[in-house]
Every structure is written in structure tokens, then in C-alpha cells.
Design a protein around this ligand. Structure first.
Ligand SMILES: C[S@@+](CC[C@H](N)C(=O)[O-])C[C@H]1O[C@@H](n2cnc3c(N)ncnc32)[C@H](O)[C@@H]1O
Length: 270
């Protein structure tokens, strides 16, 4: 059932679907972030496959967009059975047009359990829970994910959180950068207190292959350091300056990236 706030989501994604089509930029303009997210998912899925070699495994992308990530997973792990749920028809059509082998797509709503299959081994979300712009509905999506995973299955989460965004803006204010970075209109960032609702449903955070703050250095360099010393007329986005310092420094310093890389395991509940 559509909610009042969904209109903002539809307007946004119908526009980006038209502009970007099948491109990886459809939901993320920054190529370094996009590539890092993809690598994180591939690494986590690869590790799980290794531990369960010989099993027939299923992966569900909740909010699969134009199918960019599912296509990357299919290329890397052709043996997996893939599934995707997508809410916006224009993006669902784009994902379908890829004709990804071994992949079933559904036009559906992650807030409704009826759209989920059962007993899935791995569920992934890539900035899709934050598109659900009501806290109770976000909890519903996370609970649907918990319910759909089999015991021992993984929920690999790339979502934005409010606490690091606040810290990033604090660092910007210290450098007298005039404007705060705001959540875009089609997002409601998660906060740490939402983790309790996941634990309640048997989703326990586990050590992942990347630190959860992996993108922190990139955010600090590109959104604080670069911005603080940018000369008038200097290149604003994706500059060699920012690239240089990101590469020169270790990744994951501080907690300045709103986008966190997290992995949760579904445990058997008594
Ligand atoms: C950041 S994009 C995901 C990107 C995708 N993984 C890719 O490979 O491009 C988030 C997606 O979640 C979808 N979404 C938002 N709310 C949803 C809902 N209630 N049910 C299903 N999908 C939803 C959006 O339409 C959007 O396509």
C-alpha cells in the first residue's frame, strides 16, 4: 500500500531512471563510493560462499533499483540464485531488461512481507531502507528481512546513519564551512537505536571483511579537508586533490561517513 511520503521517492527515482538508465550512477553519483559498496558486497558474499561451498545459495536484494548490483553479483558468482524486490516500476523495468541469468525480480514493497520469499541465505540492502521515510516502516522492513533469512543467514547492509552525519557537519563547522550536509529529500537516515529492533528479531552484528567506517577517510577528505582549502574556481567534485589524499591515508579513519558497511547474522531464536 502506498504511503504519502512515497510520492517523493517516485518523483526522485523516475527522474534518475530517465537520466541514468542502466548506469551505476542511477542511485550514487560518487564513483568511489559506488565501487567500494560493490566490492564490500562481493567480498562478504564471497566469504559466505566459501564457507558453504557446495550448497545451493540464494541472495535477495531488497530495493534492487536498476539491477546494477545484482548484475555484478551474477558476474562474480554465476552459481547463486538471485532475487530482487523493487518498488519503482521504471527501475524494475530497467532491472528486468538486463535479463540477469538465474535471477527472479518482483515489483513489490519491502514493507509487505508477502513480497518476500522464504528461507533466504543472504539479504542485501544498498541505501534502500533509508528510502522508507518513516521510522516505524523502516523497522517493519528490517523485521521482514530478519523473518525472511534462514538461521545462520546474513544481512549485508549498506545504509546511511545520522550519527556520523552529525560528526561530519561538526567537522565542517569547525572549519567554518558555511553549509551543513543535509539528508536528501527522499531519505530518512537510520540511527544506532534502530539496531535494538534488529537484535530483537535475531539479527546480531558480526565482524565484516571491511570496517564499518570504511568510507570515513573519503568523506573527511572530500567533504571537509578539500572543502576547507578549496580556492575560488577550484574543482569542487572528484578532484585529483581529494583522490590523492584518500589514497595517501589509511581508509576508515574516524566516524565521518554516514554510509556504514555492516553485516548481521540471523541467529536461532528460542
Ligand atoms: C539506492 S537504490 C538501490 C540501488 C541498487 N542496489 C542498485 O544496484 O542500483 C535504493 C532502491 O530502493 C528502492 N526502494 C525504496 N523503498 C522501497 C520499498 N518500500 N520496497 C522496495 N524497494 C524500495 C528504491 O526504489 C531504490 O531503487
Amino acid at each position: 500500500m502506498q504511503k504519502e511520503y512515497d510520492k517523493i521517492l517516485f518523483d526522485h527515482y523516475q527522474r534518475v531512471a530517465k537520466l541514468n538508465g542502466l548506469g551505476g550512477t542511477c542511485s550514487m553519483e560518487d564513483p568511489y563510493i559506488r565501487e567500494s559498496e560493490t566490492n564490500f558486497f562481493l567480498k562478504e558474499i564471497g566469504n559466505f560462499c566459501q564457507k558453504h561451498a557446495g550448497d545451493s545459495l540464494t541472495v535477495l536484494d531488497v530495493g534492487c533499483g536498476n539491477g546494477y548490483l545484482l548484475a555484478k553479483i551474477s558476474e562474480a558468482f554465476p552459481q547463486l540464485k538471485l532475487m530482487g524486490i523493487e518498488f519503482v516500476p521504471e527501475l524494475f523495468e530497467l532491472a528486468t531488461s538486463r535479463e540477469i541469468a538465474n535471477c527472479i525480480l518482483a515489483l513489490g514493497d519491502a514493507r509487505e512481507l508477502s513480497f518476500f520469499p522464504s528461507n533466504v541465505d543472504i539479504i542485501i540492502t544498498e541505501r534502500s531502507v533509508i528510502n522508507v521515510m518513516n521510522r516505524q516502516d523502516q523497522i517493519l522492513v528490517l523485521q521482514n528481512i530478519a523473518y525472511t533469512l534462514r538461521a545462520g543467514g546474513l544481512y549485508i547492509q549498506v545504509e546511511s546513519y545520522r550519527e556520523p552525519l552529525d560528526l561530519l557537519n561538526q567537522a565542517r563547522r569547525e572549519m567554518v564551512i558555511a553549509d551543513d550536509i543535509e539528508e536528501s529529500g527522499h531519505n530518512l537516515y537510520l540511527n544506532e537505536s534502530i539496531i535494538a529492533s534488529m537484535v530483537q528479531k535475531g539479527l546480531i552484528e558480526v565482524q565484516a571483511t571491511y570496517p564499518k567506517n570504511y568510507l570515513s577517510t573519503h568523506f573527511f577528505v572530500s567533504r571537509v579537508f578539500h572543502k576547507a582549502i578549496l580556492p575560488k574556481g577550484g574543482k569542487v567534485k572528484y578532484s585529483l586533490f581529494a583522490e590523492f589524499f584518500r589514497e595517501a591515508l589509511p581508509s576508515g579513519v574516524g566516524n565521518f561517513s554516514p554510509i556504514l558497511f555492516r553485516t548481521f547474522k540471523k541467529i536461532n531464536q528460542s
